[in-house]
Ligand binder design. Structure first.
Ligand code: DI6
Ligand code: FE
Length: 402
């Protein structure tokens, strides 16, 4: 069925930048956008269904390109400890932090993980997210990483969302490898990645490059194997200190380098040359009460595409609203609302390797879009969370988000 969606305005992100069409019309067919433009330019296209969007603003479906939303347990006690003055690194050193989520995630069954992850993913969907990345990294052994990645695949099968699965086995050192980080990296390279990739469970490979996680040399071993397996890479880099992980990621043509508070201008130059997206995660910045800002001016100056994401995870960013992150990206990082919206659509798609099909309203792309009942697109970054009235259209079909 061919749909004609009319009586709306569109923030299209066409041609790689924020752009708007007033009094827009979209024609969708077979899950794709067949035509989009101003009403006066609409050609005579026969259609089956006409939909009145009542003056809504239409944007691409939001894309949350960095989440850890599959996990067992929660870490609200750790949140209290941090408020009492204990640092993230201290908690990690005491066996809390990521390690405590690893214990809970290993204990949970696949169905239990699917149930809790579905609840979180549904909240994002209700907020306008139609494409989602999910990382493993709380299993840290073959069976538990597989369990997490299978949950990511099942989310994509059971929810009206596109889900990309990223293997983050190099997130932290599992207790059984204490003091043997190089051996664990060897296990990831020789067993885990080839097996999980062979099972079709991995769309990209990520690692945590940090003093309390893995060194650039260890990350590079993982990247080499990812490339041998034909998988793109991403990296948690420069979140707590400067190890130049973002420049390393650029050398491996990474889809993205993420966090980046402590990156240098030279890192930004390397990322620009490689087309690596900078994924900004203001939720983790906020929750850790970080004061070092990512170098937004250097990223702008060198033309690095900036995405914005929730980093939804139980430790540093229990964030269930991507729009809330748009607000924080503006307020804390001084992005403009236009940059923030491009960061949760156009550039987020690129960070997932989906730039050809998602992230903008253009002919031939997937017909994933949100019709927001707002007066101006800046409202998407202005309201602090809440539930903005909207209609969610995925693959050209309106869906009920419950
Ligand atoms: N950086 C983060 O912000 C998350 N992982 C990472 O590498 C935190 C994960 C956690 O604390 O559970
Ligand atoms: Fe993360």
């Amino acid at each position: 069925m061919k749909h004609l969606w009319q009586n709306c305005h569109a923030a299209t992100m066409k041609d790689g930048k924020y752009a708007i069409i007033e009094d827009a019309v979209l024609v969708t067919y077979a899950g794709r956008i067949e035509w989009i433009g101003p009403r006066e330019a609409l050609p005579a296209i026969p259609y089956d269904v006409e939909v009145d969007l009542n003056g809504a603003w239409v944007t691409p479906g939001l894309i949350d390109c960095h989440t850890h939303l599959v996990f067992g347990g929660d870490r609200s006690r750790e949140f209290e400890q941090r408020l009492e003055g204990v640092s993230y690194a201290e908690i990690a050193a005491q066996g809390g932090g990521i390690a405590s989520t690893v214990r809970a995630t290993r204990e949970a069954s696949e169905d239990e993980l699917l149930e809790s992850a579905t609840r979180r993913a549904r909240k994002l969907l209700r907020d306008g997210v139609t494409t989602l990345e999910v990382k493993s990294g709380y299993g840290l052994d073959l069976a538990s990483e597989r369990k997490m990645l299978r949950v990511a695949r099942r989310l994509g099968e059971t929810l009206p969302m596109t889900v990309r699965a990223t293997c983050l086995a190099a997130h932290a050192l599992p207790p059984e490898y204490a003091g043997r980080a190089d051996d664990y990296i060897g296990h990831i390279c020789n067993e885990m990645l080839p097996t999980l990739a062979g099972e079709g469970l991995v769309d990209a490979v990520d690692a945590f490059c940090e003093h309390l996680a893995f060194s650039p040399a260890q990350v590079e071993r993982v990247f080499k194997v990812a490339h041998e397996l034909g998988l793109p890479v991403k990296l948690h880099a420069e979140q707590l200190s400067s190890l130049h992980g973002s420049a390393l990621a650029a050398r491996y043509q990474a889809l993205s380098a993420d966090h980046l508070e402590y990156m240098t201008e030279d890192d930004a130059i390397a990322m620009a040359a490689a087309g690596t997206v900078a994924v900004l995660l203001p939720g983790a910045f906020y929750l850790l009460r970080e004061t070092q800002l990512p170098p937004i001016d250097a990223l702008r100056k060198h033309g690095v595409a900036m995405a914005v994401s929730t980093d939804l995870n139980p430790g540093t960013s229990p964030a269930l609203s991507l729009r809330m992150m748009l607000n924080m990206a503006c307020t804390s990082f001084r992005l403009t609302p236009e940059e923030a919206l491009a960061g949760a659509t156009l550039h987020a798609a690129k960070a997932l390797g989906l730039a050809d099909s998602h992230g903008s309203l253009e002919e031939g792309k997937v017909a994933d879009f949100i019709a927001w009942d707002i007066e101006r697109p800046a409202e998407l970054a202005y309201w602090l969370g809440g539930d903005l009235p909207k209609r969610v259209i995925r693959h050209g079909q309106e869906i009920d988000c419950g």
